[in-house]
Design a protein around this ligand. Structure first.
Ligand code: GCB
Length: 593
């Protein structure tokens, strides 16, 4: 799916700003048929939860409604008109006037509708968007809604970040010609010093007299290659590769041309690079790559998961300062602006679906709750698997052309050591390879499923492990933690011979808390904990990366092991460095890998 862009043939109106806002409890039935009740307004993009001084909003379970008037530009006469929602977390319904025009399940991928027949250029329409935050056993991510004796609904979930909801990314109105480019797929390769750009342009309403043309220009705008036809290959002589830390982007322009007139035109930034797993190495452009960086979250005060360009730039600046060359979009696809920025700045991305918390054993085994089998008719079942497959399709469709994305992560910490895991994951691994045969795939393994228990790691290219020796295990005993961590890593290495990335390791740390002892929660302990991990990583040959959990402190559901959220950030929630940030910087800027 193409990102909406203003091009020679397309126009764009961004619908960000304040929208009328109401909870379903206040909005009445069919709230899209009139002006939304009440006086509340909510900004788009932002999660709605923390905006109001009202627990009923923060803890709301169900639908909320956003509404605004929109004037369709009068110059759009004769064009197709689309509304595009970058994300509605977790389910969205879009109404133009009284009519439902789009429905979508899945909180972190975009959807759109052709609303040409519902609007008149030059006139206003009422645009209403319903958003539901409900998670069940068949959604990705899963959750559960309970109703107590007083009729109060409560949403619980198995993942460790707050269930922020609403319209956290932009909403757009855009025009496109009737004969138009629907999609572009780019795959790049290298042949000696030349770059090969294979392209495939999907179109709508194109007649036999029209043709597709593609041309590529370098960063200075100088033409370097062209081709005609809906698919083909363009060769770029003496190609400048997209490299980690040294991004180079070309611009590919796809056009539909008829009798010399350009009917539609869409420019796409592309980077030429290769990615490959060979033996126990992860290769980018044929050279071993060692990941340094973080698992992140889209999370800031007040706006929740609302996308914010200031935080985008600042986070990447901090990653650059600390020597991070990569991050994982834990635990859901991030805003497209983030990937565009990573493309332009040479930051490597592991792109993850929102399949987090497919694991009932964590509550049972680890947190001492009741043990429910994860995979079963009433828990993670075939319907969940279908939703997961759809999440994979939408992730790959959205992000396939980003050179920064070097690997798909199809889930975080599923219950990979129990009955049903293989039956659930094997078809999804196969599907991901079909959707994109060019990138390695992985899933992120939980500490309850060591190399002895895990049943699915062989289906994937890279072993991504989350391990908390020295925190959840061997807390305050880094000497034991060091032995146990090394023992387990050697087990994985011997059994699979695949590259290993530590995708999470971290210790909760309250900024400003200090001790001369190995005292958990202090800044000193976080630093010693990371140093212990690094000593072990440096002894394991198959190690190809380390992503600390987490880049910054973030909000979670309330609980007795969380103090106003998860405090494993190397930066605080407002992005100030803890002591560990300086230690990491010293390591990562001197790794020389
Ligand atoms: C994990 C999860 C992550 C949590 C983290 C923690 O393994 O993948 O979402 O936040 O542990 O801090 O417990």
């Amino acid at each position: 799916m193409l990102k909406p862009r203003s091009t020679a043939t397309r126009e764009l109106v961004r619908l960000d700003g304040l929208w009328r806002f109401a909870l379903d409890t206040a909005a009445g039935d069919a709230p899209w048929t009139g002006v939304l009740a009440g006086t509340r307004e909510a900004p788009v993009p932002a999660s709605y939860n923390d905006l109001f001084v009202d627990a009923a909003v923060r803890d709301h379970v169900g639908w909320v409604w956003y509404q605004r008037q929109v004037r369709v530009p009068r110059g759009w006469n004769g064009e197709r008109v689309f509304v595009r929602v970058d994300a509605a977390t977790h389910e969205g319904r879009v109404y133009v006037g009284d009519d439902l025009v789009a429905e979508h399940i899945g909180g972190y991928t975009p959807f759109e509708a052709d609303i040409t027949d519902k609007v008149v250029p030059g006139e206003e329409v009422r645009l209403t968007i319903g958003v539901s935050n409900v998670l069940t056993n068949v959604t990705i991510p899963p959750g559960n809604v309970t109703v107590d004796a007083d009729g109060r609904k409560k949403q619980t979930y198995l993942h460790d970040f707050y269930n922020y909801a609403g319209l956290a990314r932009s909403v757009w109105l855009y025009s496109a010609p009737a004969a138009r480019i629907d999609d572009i797929t780019i795959v790049t390769d290298v042949d000696g010093t030349d770059g090969l750009v294979r392209y495939d342009v999907a179109t709508t309403d194109v007649d036999g007299a029209s043709e597709v043309r593609v041309r590529i220009a370098d960063a200075e705008g100088v033409a370097v290659g062209e081709a005609t036809g809906a698919d083909g290959t363009v060769r770029i002589a003496d190609v400048a590769l997209w490299q980690p830390g040294a991004a180079y982007l070309y611009e590919l322009v796809a056009e539909i041309v008829r009798d010399g007139a350009v009917l539609d035109s869409y420019p796409l930034a592309i980077g030429v690079r290769t990615v490959e797993v060979r033996g126990n190495q992860f290769l980018i452009n044929g050279k071993p790559f060692y990941f340094t960086g973080f698992g992140k979250h889209e999370d800031t005060a007040v706006r929740g998961k609302g996308h914010d360009d200031a935080y985008l730039v600042h986070d990447f600046e901090l990653m650059n300062w600390i020597g991070a060359n990569s991050f994982r979009t834990s635990h859901y696809p991030y805003a497209e602006e983030v990937l565009d920025y990573a493309d332009r700045h040479g930051i490597v991305v592991i792109d993850e679906t929102a399949a987090v918390g497919l694991n009932y054993s964590i509550i049972g085994g680890f947190l001492g709750g009741p043990v429910v089998p994860t995979f079963g008719p009433d828990s993670v079942n075939e319907q969940t698997q279908a939703a997961h497959a759809q999440a994979l399709r939408e992730l790959v469709a959205r992000d396939k052309n980003h050179p920064s994305v070097v690997m798909w992560s199809i889930a975080n910490e599923p219950d990979s050591g129990t009955d049903g895991a293989r039956e659930y994951f094997e078809p999804l691994a196969t599907l991901t390879r079909e959707l994109d045969p060019t990138r390695p795939i992985t899933f992120v393994n939980v500490m309850l499923a060591t190399f002895q228990q895990d049943r699915i790691a062989d289906l994937f290219d890279v072993l991504c492990l989350n391990r908390y020796y020295g925190w959840y295990l061997d807390n305050a005993d880094l000497a034991s933690a060091e032995k146990h961590l090394e023992g387990e890593l050697r087990g994985w290495e011997a059994k699979f011979g695949k590259p290993i990335i530590m995708t999470e390791y971290g210790a909760d740390t309250v900024a400003g808390l200090h001790s001369v002892f190995d005292q958990p929660w202090t800044e000193e302990y976080q630093t010693s904990y990371l140093e212990m991990n690094h000593r072990v990583f440096d002894r394991i040959e198959s190690f190809v990366g380390e992503h600390v959990w987490n880049f910054a402190d973030f909000q979670t559901a309330p609980g007795i092991i969380r103090v106003d959220g998860n405090k494993k950030g190397v930066f605080t929630r407002d992005r100030r460095p803890k002591a560990a940030a300086h230690a990491l910087r010293a390591r990562w800027t001197n790794l020389g890998r």
